[in-house]
Each structure stands twice: as structure tokens, then as C-alpha cells.
Design a protein. Structure first.
Length: 311
């Protein structure tokens, strides 16, 4: 019998876990031809999430959990789940039911009947999200698709079903700074996309603030594109040309008309503007240097404090 591993990253999802587990039992009963394995990853939760996972593992031998020593982030939690999964097929799902479980049987059929290696999901609407967040999300996908050679699908979720071959390929990418959606695109393979309308959380609150999403977007850009470095260099060249032209104009005016350079306010504005451009360019370079620095240290992606196997 084939096995599907369900990987569920959890950070303060105590309220949502019972709803998620109840829905998954319904899906499991409708897919009796496959065996299910649940891997919950507790990413340093501060609520009762770990206690809930302990109880689930006690009640069901197919439920396993991994608990980190602190909060390492969702990317680390997903990577840990992939490493510990044993299924022939593996899926990543959020505990808040924003990843509709009822799509899983359809995803499984696409892989087994039509030969796809991965079936991904994407939201076609962002109903329920703040308008400003939706606007910047769309801008992000447009921007990164122009900057990167890897195609990023607008509205793509981490929720996907993969064959073991795809999972093994992703696990070979052991980089510390991870952007899983980009890694899925990087490894390639035949992918089928299923579209659905946005679903609001069943319980709890989102952990993604606007600032966290902004930092996450920068992570994605620096991980899959070097275009910002090129832009920084081009801006430097353009301002050098402008400065040479300005110097030539000032010299000609002084020689022909005896017009000395005047107006310190305009000079101060120019200095501040150029200094801002310089700091912006240095900041871009600094982002890439910081990523390189973190990669060279080769720190572990996560640290496990407890699993159901050592309880």
C-alpha cells in the first residue's frame, strides 16, 4: 500500500489543530487505498500546541511530531518534515485549513493517473486579506518574475503533493536561507496547478505581519536573482555620467560667462540625494554579503528538542 506523508508546520496553532485533524480523518476515510502518515512540526510554539500534538501521537500511531528547541521559522519546519517523511508521496499543509484538504484526492489522482511529479495549488483570489497586502503581493510576483530565471506562480501555496523523487531533489538543496516556493520551481519536474478561491483561517490568528512578508520577499529576491546588484551598478554608472556632464556645464558657464557656482541649498540637496543612492546600493550589496556569510557558517537549519519517538 502506498503511503502519503502529511507535513504540518505549527506555530501557536493549538486552536486550529483539532479542526484540521477532524477534516483530515474525513479525507483519510475517503482514500482507503493509501496509508496516511502525519508529521506535525512544532516550531517553538508558546501556547498548548505541543500538548495537543503529544495527545494526537498517543491516540494515533500514524501521527508523529517534531518539536524544535525554539522558533526557527516555517521554512525550517517544512524542511524538517520533508527529512522525516517516509511516504511515497508527500504534501505540505497549514493547520489553519487555508489549504483545503478536500483537494488532496484530486491531487493524488493527477499524480497516479496522469503521471505528474508534483501537483501544486494557487489562490486565484485574496478575499479576506487587507487590500494593501494583496496589492504588494501581486507587485512582488510581477517583480520577481522579471528579475529571476525561475518562474514564480502568482498565488502559489506551499500546499502541494509531490512524489518521493521530487522530495529527494529538494532535500539535496541544503541552503540555510530557504524560499521553498522558489526551490519547488528550481527543481523543475512536471507540475499540475489546481486553482481555488482563498479560504480564511478556521481558528487563531495569522503569524505573517506586513513587515515579515516584506522581509520574506527580500529573501526570495536575493535567493533567486542577482538583478539588484546589476541595478546598483547601473545606477552608479548613470550618476557618474550625470556628474561629469554637470562638471562640464559648470566649467563652460564659468569660462564664458564668469558665472560662479551658486546656491548652497541645491548643492546640499544633491549631496543628500546621491548619498541616499550610495547607501541604497551598499544596502543591496550588504544583503547578498549577509546571505553569503550565513551560508558559509553552515549552521544547522533546525534543532530538535523532542519527538514522539523519544517520549
Amino acid at each position: 500500500m502506498k503511503k502519503i506523508s502529511i507535513i504540518v508546520p505549527c506555530y501557536n496553532e493549538h486552536e486550529a489543530i483539532p479542526y484540521f485533524y477532524k477534516e483530515m480523518l474525513k479525507i483519510e476515510s475517503s482514500m482507503k487505498s493509501v496509508e496516511f502518515e502525519y508529521i506535525f512540526v512544532n516550531d517553538g510554539s508558546t501556547d498548548q500546541t505541543l500538548e495537543s500534538l503529544r495527545q494526537l501521537a498517543k491516540d494515533n500511531k500514524h501521527v508523529h511530531y517534531i518539536s524544535f528547541s525554539r522558533n526557527f521559522g516555517k521554512e525550517s519546519a517544512m524542511y524538517a518534515g520533508l527529512e522525516y517523511s517516509k511516504g511515497d508521496y508527500v504534501t505540505l499543509m497549514d493547520a489553519d485549513l487555508q489549504d483545503p484538504p478536500h483537494l488532496l484526492p484530486k491531487m493524488y489522482k493527477y499524480i497516479t493517473d496522469e503521471g505528474y511529479d508534483r501537483v501544486g495549488t494557487r489562490r486565484v483570489t485574496r478575499k479576506g486579506e487587507p487590500l494593501i497586502r494583496s496589492f504588494f503581493a501581486r507587485c512582488f510576483y510581477k517583480l520577481i518574475n522579471k528579475m529571476s530565471k525561475i518562474e514564480m506562480v502568482d498565488g502559489a501555496r506551499d500546499y502541494c503533493l509531490m512524489t518521493r523523487q521530487v522530495v529527494n531533489s529538494i532535500l539535496e538543496l541544503k541552503e540555510y536561507n530557504r524560499y521553498t516556493k522558489g526551490l519547488f520551481s528550481f527543481v523543475g519536474y512536471d507540475t499540475k496547478w489546481i486553482e481555488y478561491e482563498n479560504v480564511e483561517r478556521v481558528a487563531g490568528e495569522t503569524k505573517w505581519s506586513f513587515w515579515k512578508l516584506f522581509i520574506y520577499a527580500i529573501e526570495a529576491i536575493t535567493a533567486f536573482s542577482t538583478v539588484p546588484l546589476v541595478v546598483s551598478a547601473v545606477i552608479g554608472i548613470v550618476f557618474c555620467l550625470i556628474s561629469f556632464i554637470a562638471i562640464a556645464v559648470i566649467i563652460v558657464k564659468t569660462i564664458l560667462f564668469g558665472d560662479p557656482v551658486g546656491g548652497w541649498p541645491s548643492l546640499v540637496c544633491i549631496i543628500f540625494f546621491v548619498s541616499g543612492i550610495q547607501l541604497f546600493s551598499i544596502g543591496i550589496i550588504g544583503q547578498y554579503l549577509s546571505k553569503t556569510y550565513l551560508e558559509t557558517k553552515k549552521r544547522t537549519i533546525y534543532i530538535i528538542k523532542e519527538t514522539d519517538e523519544n517520549k
